[in-house]
Design a protein around this ligand. Structure first.
Ligand code: ADP
Ligand code: MG
Length: 276
């Protein structure tokens, strides 16, 4: 199956052009879990590159290994074989070069919004004044000014996910890893946060790997979509999204390219649901 590699440089949103070097390199990653009921092969021969400033999505059915793959990219989970590089450095443990946003927010319930956002900066031993400045900036960026001293249980799901996003962005990672960040949100909040993230990324561009099982979301955000099949998780195809930026959600949805791509993704996904 086609697994094209990114080679060209990537002009990105906001008119800023970053060098086209590969920010993320995933080379022949395989993962097998050894459980009580025998070995479970979850990922087979995953390989792809993401250039600096590129936004790629990974879509695939539940259980195909998306979260496992993201955890491997972040260094939370070892590979069985294969290697991952971020900025040319091999990933072997979590490091500040990547930051992850989780579906279930994963905030510390006993810390305020500001302390949650500042947490990674404390770990990185940033000086107090810088920490405060950065925390305030990212709390504002995600629209949570006035909520700095609130605790997670005092916030809606959408607001908690904004905290998760601010926490990740404040670390200024080379690669931002998003694991179905809208998955636990209602449709309206989801759409609102989607639009806001598009604006945030235009203001502070990042290399992003975004996991979703929502095709429209994947098309709207991505330069490229990796479609995964299941049993074992593998990449069926990489689909480039050639829609011009900046993108407007309604215009994208109404376009002919969108309909064509959606149909293609559907056919890949229904074919990928069958075991290899
Ligand atoms: N720590 C683990 N030990 C054993 N099996 C696991 C572990 N983590 C995930 N799995 C299994 O790996 C498969 C892929 O899971 P996951 O990566 O969460 O898929 P997805 O995010 O695509 O839904 C599932 O069958 C899941 O049960
Ligand atoms: Mg998952």
């Amino acid at each position: 199956m086609a697994q094209s590699r990114h080679t060209e440089s990537s002009p990105i949103k906001g008119g800023i052009v970053l060098s086209g070097h590969q920010m993320l390199q995933v080379q022949d990653v395989c993962k097998t879990f050894d459980g009580g009921r025998g070995a479970l092969e979850v990922l087979r021969d995953i390989r792809f590159n993401v250039a600096a400033g590129e936004f790629i999505s990974i879509i695939g059915p539940s259980g195909c290994g998306k979260t496992t793959l993201l955890r491997i990219l972040h260094g939370l989970e070892p590979t069985t074989s294969g290697v991952v590089f971020v900025s040319g450095k091999r990933v072997e443990a979590p490091s500040p070069s990547s930051a992850m946003v989780f579906q279930q927010f994963n905030l510390f319930p006993w810390l305020t919004v500001a302390r949650n956002v500042a947490f990674g900066l404390e770990v990185a031993k940033l000086a107090a004044t810088q920490r405060k400045e950065r925390t305030d900036r990212f709390v504002r960026l995600v629209g949570l000014q006035g909520f700095s001293e609130h605790y997670p249980h005092e916030l809606s799901g959408g607001m908690q996910q904004r905290v998760g996003l601010a926490r990740a962005l404040a670390l200024d990672p080379d690669v931002l890893l998003l694991d179905e960040p809208f998955g636990a949100l209602d449709a309206i909040t989801r759409e609102q946060l989607q639009r806001e993230i598009a604006v945030i990324l235009a203001q502070s561009p990042k290399t992003v790997v975004f996991i979703t099982h929502n095709m429209e979301e994947a098309i709207f955000f991505s330069d490229s979509i990796l479609v995964m099949g299941t049993r074992p998780g593998r990449i069926l195809e990489e689909v480039r999204v050639a829609l011009p930026r900046p993108r407007e959600a309604d215009a994208v949805r109404a376009s002919r390219e969108f309909a064509t791509m959606r149909e293609h993704l559907w056919s890949l996904l229904s074919q990928g649901d069958k075991a290899a």
